[in-house]
Design a protein around this ligand. Structure first.
Ligand SMILES: [Zn+2]
Ligand SMILES: [Zn+2]
Length: 262
């Protein structure tokens, strides 16, 4: 009963959003300026890059924590310390700060789903750079648990991946991995607790992506605990390799209890 009620609320919200779009002319859903786009060029111009040099592994700012050894390897102190992620490398198209942070809040919490497509287009330059450029990647969004999906009405990572697939022609796979356990919101937990919170939260579906190279898509990554747990499940199901691309990269260089290499 509660499930049906939540689904009805989500559907009603989406209908209301649609009705509001008919009543009001298009406007930037971030700054409110009227114009032809749901995300205006002025807002996009405010998006900030992750300050460089970035760690080649986790995509976080590698300075100022890095010493000479880290600088030559181009890794942050946490990755050179043996942090063993299940994915090959992660990148954020922007730093999780300022206007992009506001835009992501509008998308997720104010349910402005029309922001997903223009936000996804701002990820294209990151797709055209190393280590992602030139690879035959299958796009896989980080899934939400069904209870969260009913509550929000959509999966923002899936909307981003769909828009990227439509623009680039890269294949999209929505059924390769699912979230089998509801978890505490990662944002409420300290870094060292985030890995335990999402451990075994995902299950890969055997056969879907055997031998394929996956690009895991998410809206925000910080400790990369969620992306790592999702990658573990995909590898177990036979995926050959996983890279991660997020709309925004938060934190960086955070001390955390990520698994380390023996
Ligand atoms: Zn704007
Ligand atoms: Zn790193």
């Amino acid at each position: 009963m509660a499930t049906a009620a939540a689904a009805l609320v989500a559907a009603t919200r989406l209908l209301l959003d649609g009705a509001l779009d008919l009543l009001y002319p298009p406007r930037c859903l971030v700054c409110g300026d009227f114009g032809p786009q749901y995300l205006c060029a002025a807002c996009v111009s405010e998006f900030e890059a992750v300050p460089g040099p970035i760690c080649l592994r986790c995509g976080a700012e590698a300075e100022p924590l890095a010493g000479p050894e880290e600088r030559s390897a181009r890794l942050c102190r946490w990755c050179i310390g043996g942090r063993a992620f299940a994915f090959v490398a992660a990148r954020g198209a922007h730093a999780y700060a300022g206007v992009v942070r506001t835009a992501i809040h509008r998308l997720k919490y104010d349910r402005r789903r029309r922001l997903a497509e223009p936000l996804a287009l701002t990820m294209l330059p990151a797709l055209a750079r190393a280590p992602l450029a030139g690879r035959e990647l299958v796009l896989v969004p980080v899934p939400l648990h069904p209870s969260k999906l009913r509550q929000r009405g959509f999966n923002q990572a899936e909307l981003l991946a769909q828009a990227l697939a439509a623009k680039t022609g890269l294949p999209l796979e929505l059924d390769a991995v699912r979230r089998v356990r509801a978890t505490e919101p990662q944002a409420l937990l300290k870094g060292r607790h985030r890995f335990a919170n999402v451990e075994d939260a995902f299950e890969g579906l055997p056969g879907a992506l055997v031998g394929r190279d996956v690009l895991l898509i998410d809206d925000v990554v910080t400790t990369l605990a969620t992306a790592n747990a999702c990658s573990v499940a995909l590898l177990k199901a036979g995926t050959q390799s996983i890279h991660v691309l997020a709309l925004a990269r938060g934190g960086g260089g955070l001390p955390c209890d990520a698994p380390t290499r023996p």
